[in-house]
Design a protein around this ligand. Structure first.
Ligand SMILES: Cc1ncc(C[n+]2csc(CCOP(=O)(O)OP(=O)(O)O)c2C)c(N)n1
Ligand SMILES: CC(=O)[C@@H](O)[C@H](O)COP(=O)(O)O
Ligand SMILES: [Mg+2]
Length: 651
């Protein structure tokens, strides 16, 4: 029975089991209503969009074919989770997605039993789904299906091939299913050999049609004996060898099905029922359109991957918020552009984040020295090591959190070999609405211990280009970290960048704020507040280097100042403050008046970046409060203060 047009369907879907009561026409209408909801989300805030539009039918078909109240479903990367959230009882809260205390923009087990992992990093789903199936078998539940949905952009990730390899010879593949969601896009158009292979696989339907045509035409050709059969077989072998999409997967022990239309519910249901009846491991190749159902996003899925908020209008869309501010990412990209122009040895690598790293201009101007390796961070690091060994100056421009994928290669192929690779760790620190899967929390802790590695961070806009230039002439590995933050500028004639040298902005002796990275301007504001409102004379040091540490300057502060507060937008464990405590302790200096401000040992959930900074006390109010608390604990009331250079203004 079909629902009257006047009655919306989506509000009736409180769980996937409600889908079974819908007619075919209702399901079509439900898909349209879900797309309307997705458009409503991006009418309010920046959110993932085109990817979600592309999986509406696939999501419905999966929940119709399987019972994920017991079967297992993992959405790789997880940015395309919104349709799944809409039909698993969260439609009424979808408007809160990516906001403080709202739904997360990725799967979140705390929200629903239908979300099994808080995913966010591409490529892991085939492994986690396989582990779930193996675990279910161990736990006596072999009948449960385990389904991983992975995009064609994520598919080249190395960990995927570890899973494919394992599936090929393990008994736990019987109900293990990979759905390859092929929309020809990563964030940019997908790259690499797998992309070409999948393109050929797309031709498989053409192959079938050609095959049918040849069979029709052959009888009319005067052939004798078995010439017709031999000719047909030769045709099939020739064409199959070039277009058969699933060969690679079949060779690895999978049953390959597809490619099929990922927007046709009937076809999806037919194939999913077929898949359920077969023994796995199975790979179902599904063709979808990124941005499906919203013409501007279909036309430009790159811009609509995670667009700024917009409203629809007759002509198309009206952007609601055009930010003209420049971010650290802009400044780094501009500095790299100049370095590429100046030095033919410089090359820039990205792992499928050309847009996020704002490298489009570099890509277009220096195509022979720009390398997008796809979502293959470990490869990017090792590839860069090879380039450095050959005498080039490679720059690995990868978000702090994604670079964690290359951890061992940073040690093994770069640091241990002492090769001059510059790591630009973008999004180092709190990233705002992407939340804990994307915060760049750990790079100070994971880079500092590596031999030969220099670890540095610009304190403001004036530091960025000089640091990039300095790093590119330093013949050893360098990690340059910077946040997803707008640039600020401290009005001064900045000290030149010198290895292991901090920059003293103000010297005072009631206390000292020693900041590594983008909190420097807020430290100046806090010092001003402490002086004006509390009579405390507190100085500010722009640390610039976490390794090597400027022990001379920092020990002077330890010796002369009532308290020392280190500030960093990174995990406290193993971070910059730890480096100060370690160095002071090793030098036999007292650290009873030293405290650290940074990211706590818990997850900072999704919210706006400003809200996150306030939550962890890394905004001006937080720095002031911590300094006052410290002064009070140590009985520092302001008499210690001596005059010093005038306060610097922050532009
Ligand atoms: C390890 C890792 N590197 C990079 C990213 C950034 N990223 C998020 S989605 C995406 C593209 C994913 O493409 P695909 O898997 O095809 O999904 P689609 O958006 O096309 O549905 C990238 C590069 C990530 N999430 N994880
Ligand atoms: C899903 C994913 O990982 C990317 O789309 C990420 O959300 C991009 O982050 P930025 O928006 O900070 O570039
Ligand atoms: Mg894709």
């Amino acid at each position: 029975m079909t629902t009257p047009q006047s009655q919306p369907i989506l509000p009736r879907i409180q769980s996937p089991s409600d889908l079974h009561a819908l007619s075919e026409a209702d399901l079509g209408r439900l898909a349209a209503e879900m797309r309307e909801e997705l458009i409503g989300v991006v009418g309010r805030r920046s959110a993932h969009f085109a990817s979600n539009l592309g999986v509406v039918e696939l999501c419905l078909a999966l929940h119709l074919a399987f019972d994920f109240a017991k079967d297992r479903l993992i959405w790789d990367t997880g940015h395309q989770i919104y349709p799944h959230k809409l039909i698993t009882g969260r439609a009424d809260r979808i408007h809160t997605i990516r906001t403080k205390d709202g739904l997360m923009g990725y799967p979140n087990p705390a929200e629903s039993p239908y979300d099994l992992f808080m995913t966010g990093h591409a490529g892991a789903a085939p492994s986690t789904a396989m582990g779930l199936h193996a675990g279910d078998i161990v736990m006596g539940r072999p009948e449960r299906y385990s389904v991983a949905v992975i995009g064609d952009g994520a598919f080249p990730s190395g960990v995927v091939y570890e899973a494919l390899n394992n599936a090929g010879d393990q008994a736990h593949g019987r109900r293990y299913i990979i759905i390859l969601n092929d929309n020809k896009m990563s964030i940019c158009p997908r790259v690499g050999g797998i992309a070409y292979y999948l393109d050929k696989a797309r031709m498989a339907p053409e192959y079938k049609r050609a095959n049918t045509l040849v069979r029709k035409v052959l009888p009319s050709i005067p052939l004798v004996g078995d010439q017709a059969d031999r000719l047909l077989q030769q045709f099939k072998d020739a064409v199959k060898a070039s277009v058969h999409g699933g060969m690679i997967f079949e060779e690895l022990g999978f049953t390959y099905l597809g490619p099929i239309d990922g927007h046709d519910l009937k076809t999806l249901n037919t194939y999913l029922e077929k898949v359920k009846a077969m023994d796995g491991p199975i790979l179902l190749h599904v063709l979808t359109d990124k941005g499906r159902g919203f013409e501007p996003a279909e036309r430009d899925p790159v811009s609509f991957h995670a667009p700024a908020p917009f409203q629809r209008c007759e002509e198309g869309i009206i952007p609601l918020k055009t930010s003209s501010t420049r971010a650290y990412t802009n400044a780094v990209s501009e500095a790299l552009y100049e370095a590429l122009r100046r030095d033919p040895k410089v090359a820039v690598l990205t792992a499928a984040m050309c847009e996020g790293n704002k490298l489009q201009k570099i890509r277009d101007a220096f195509p022979e020295r720009f390398f997008d390796v796809g979502i293959c961070e470990a490869h990017a690091v090792t590839f860069a090591a090879g380039m450095a060994k050959a005498g080039a100056r490679p720059v690995v421009d990868i978000y702090s959190t994604f670079l964690q994928r290359g951890y061992d290669h940073i040690f093994q192929e770069v640091a241990l070999q002492d090769l001059p690779v510059l790591f630009c760790l973008d999004r180092a620190g709190l990233v705002g609405s992407d939340g804990p899967t994307h915060h760049g929390s750990y790079d100070l802790a994971y880079m500092r211990p590596f031999p030969n590695m220099v670890v540095m961070a610009p304190g403001d806009a004036k530091d960025v280009a000089p640091m990039v230039d300095w790093a590119l002439q330093h013949d050893h590995p360098v990690a340059l970290r910077y946040p997803k933050a707008n640039l600020e500028e401290v009005q001064r004639d900045p000290q030149p960048i010198e290895l292991g040298q901090a920059e003293v902005l103000e010297w005072e002796t009631d206390g000292m704020l020693v900041a590594l990275g983008a909190q420097v301007p807020d430290c100046l504001r806090a010092a001003e507040r402490l002086r004006a409102d509390h009579g405390l004379r507190v100085g500010v040091i722009n640390a610039r280097f976490a390794k090597p540490l400027d022990t001379a300057t920092i020990f002077k502060a330890l010796d002369e100042c009532g308290f020392v507060l280190t500030i960093e937008e990174g995990a406290l464990m193993g971070g910059f403050g730890s480096a100060v405590l370690e160095a002071a302790n090793d030098a036999g200096r007292s650290t009873s008046h030293v405290r650290r401000l940074g990211l706590p040992d818990r997850f900072v959930l999704h919210a706006e970046r400003d809200e996150q900074l306030a939550e962890v006390g890394l905004d001006v109010d937080g720095i002031v409060a911590r300094a006052l608390e410290l002064a009070q604990q140590l009985g520092i009331t302001g008499e210690l203060g001596t005059s010093s250079a005038a306060t610097r203004s922050v532009g």
